[in-house]
Design a binder for this molecule. Structure first.
Ligand SMILES: *[C@@H]1O[C@H](CO)[C@@H](O)[C@H](O)[C@H]1NC(C)=O
Ligand SMILES: *[C@@H]1O[C@H](CO)[C@@H](O)[C@H](O)[C@H]1NC(C)=O
Ligand SMILES: *[C@@H]1O[C@H](CO)[C@@H](O)[C@H](O)[C@H]1NC(C)=O
Ligand SMILES: *[C@@H]1O[C@H](CO)[C@@H](O)[C@H](O)[C@H]1NC(C)=O
Ligand SMILES: *[C@@H]1O[C@H](CO)[C@@H](O)[C@H](O)[C@H]1NC(C)=O
Ligand SMILES: *[C@@H]1O[C@H](CO)[C@@H](O)[C@H](O)[C@H]1NC(C)=O
Ligand SMILES: *[C@@H]1O[C@H](CO)[C@@H](O)[C@H](O)[C@H]1NC(C)=O
Ligand SMILES: *[C@@H]1O[C@H](CO)[C@@H](O)[C@H](O)[C@H]1NC(C)=O
Length: 434
């Protein structure tokens, strides 16, 4: 029903003079590309759109039919308008039944971290893996691992952020492993930053652990036990990713939940205040002040760098602890998605996302050779309370225990396979749009 309504809206839009001209232009453009395609029947996929001119960002360029598989993926209507790329916000939609199920399992993918390996850990329900994200008004084709790797030939991509970034990269690795098993070529001491290489495609994939993206002194072990307030330098970027930045052609970067932690803030090496540290004579500063400074510094650095890069800027990811927080007995035992409108974003998520959207809009103006794309997964993730490990972050958590025994729940990360797999469909869709 909603789809029908949207189609009608599109038709009305077509009558609008301005839009009509745009469609005509696109049709002509497609025709030109079609002829070009016939002249150069190269099988390799050209992906030169990393360098775009700072023109009209509102309208993504039409999908070049550069490869027959693209045609299968994006059926082109006889109007000449490729579906899935125009006049559609791929981040607004609903979760729909997917009988096909996930593209990998705990058996086919051997790189799933234990805490997210819900199948292996004995999660009893399986309904949560039979959903896919469906934007209103357009088709979102499923991620094509082969096509992605062809795009990434001779390229390097990095996921930069916290453990949610690691969660995402694992999902990507599992899907890509159907085409080629990556070789791990690097990991740091704590196994939080890693690098893989896909030999047949000369493609390097990295995940870089930098939860604040800024220079930060963190006094916390791997289990989250803290022995002192985090010291955050609001005017200095984290060298762990900055030093490697020029190696990357694509990055997926994000901030998030770490900014809610107790931290002492420094600017120009001077203590300016802190967030919930309750120290005498230290000014309390809201986390969103630090968050805005961080996001602004990061996007500013990327956009002004001489090194040109295609950047996905991911918005914050919501958690689904109910009846408590992560450390006060909160849990997430729902077994199906919400419909939109059934759940509201929490204040902290809304605050973070608002900062992200505002800073993204500002940074977009600085685009000069690099590409900046908003990867706005907050709302679609909010609809999936069923996709978290919950108690199944641990192996068979209730073995030998009462079903109501108190165990640690994880309602922030995502089961693999799980809803986060859809993020790759979205990523592919944006890549194809250029
Ligand atoms: C393409 O065609 C299908 C059916 O032929 C229609 O449902 C859909 O709305 C069309 N899409 C666009 C973007 O025109
Ligand atoms: C995958 O999970 C199932 C339970 O769903 C388990 O029986 C199987 O041993 C697991 N496979 C691996 C390789 O861990
Ligand atoms: C990848 O690099 C090799 C060696 O430099 C080159 O021969 C090949 O054409 C490149 N392929 C693409 C798709 O850029
Ligand atoms: C691999 O890609 C790099 C660029 O990232 C290029 O310099 C190199 O020549 C490529 N190697 C091969 C064997 O294609
Ligand atoms: C940073 O602090 C130094 C002295 O510690 C001062 O000279 C400099 O002007 C300050 N820079 C800014 C931008 O405030
Ligand atoms: C806080 O400031 C007051 C007044 O300046 C001072 O007397 C007190 O010693 C300070 N406390 C600490 C812990 O620095
Ligand atoms: C755009 O980037 C080029 C190359 O890095 C640089 O020379 C130029 O000054 C930049 N323009 C602006 C307005 O920043
Ligand atoms: C979730 O857990 C609560 C508290 O243990 C229980 O009341 C509720 O029935 C559970 N819901 C589901 C869907 O299992």
């Amino acid at each position: 029903m909603k789809n029908m309504k949207l189609t009608m809206n599109n038709t009305q839009l077509l009558l609008n003079q301005k839009h009509y001209q745009v469609y005509i232009k696109i049709a002509i453009c497609l025709l030109v590309i079609w002829f070009t395609y016939h002249f150069y029947s190269s099988t390799s996929i050209q992906f030169s759109s990393v360098i775009v001119t700072n023109g009209d960002h509102k309208l993504p360029p039409p999908l070049p039919p550069a490869n027959p598989t693209l045609f299968d993926q994006f059926p082109v209507n006889n109007t000449g308008i490729p579906q899935g790329s125009l006049e559609c916000d791929i981040f607004t939609g609903e979760w729909v039944r997917d009988r096909a199920g996930p593209r990998y399992t705990n058996n086919s993918c051997n790189t799933i971290e234990h805490h997210q390996n819900c199948m292996y850990n004995g999660r009893p329900d399986t309904d949560y893996i039979y959903w896919r994200w469906s934007p209103f008004g357009c088709e979102l084709p499923t991620f094509d691992a082969k096509l992605f790797l062809q795009y990434m030939r001779n390229k390097s991509m990095a996921f930069i952020g916290d453990s949610i970034s690691r969660n995402h990269v694992q999902s990507l690795l599992c899907i890509l492993s159907q085409v080629e098993e990556a070789i791990e070529v690097y990991h740091d001491e704590e196994y939080r930053s890693k690098r893989w290489f896909f030999g047949s495609y000369n493609f390097t994939l990295s995940v870089i652990w930098s939860p604040f993206l800024l220079k930060a002194d963190i006094f916390e072990d791997n289990d989250g036990h803290s022995s002192g307030a985090i010291e955050l330098h609001l005017d200095e970027l984290d060298s762990v990713w900055v030093n490697e930045f020029t190696n990357f052609n694509y990055i997926m970067i994000s901030g998030g939940k770490w900014f809610l932690k107790t931290a002492v803030y420094y600017d120009n090496n001077t203590l300016i205040g802190c967030h919930s540290c309750n120290k005498e004579n230290v000014t309390e500063i809201e986390f969103n002040y630090a968050y805005r400074k961080a996001i602004r510094a990061v996007l500013d650095f990327i956009m002004k760098s001489d090194h040109k890069v295609y950047t996905f800027f991911r918005t914050t990811t919501p958690d689904h602890f109910e009846n408590g927080e992560w450390n006060t007995g909160g849990y997430c035992n729902r077994t199906g998605p919400f419909k939109s409108g059934e759940v509201n974003m929490r204040d902290v998520d809304k605050t973070m996302r608002d900062v992200e959207l505002e800073e993204f809009e500002n940074a977009k103006e600085l685009m000069n050779g690099s590409v900046l794309r908003l990867f706005d997964t907050t709302r679609l993730s909010l609809l999936r309370p069923d996709g978290h490990p919950g108690p199944y972050r641990a192996f068979h958590p209730f073995d030998g225990k009462d079903r109501n025994a108190k165990v640690q729940n994880d309602c922030l990360h995502w089961c693999l396979p799980g809803p986060i797999d859809s993020w790759n469909d979205l990523m592919m869709n944006l890549l194809l749009q250029g």
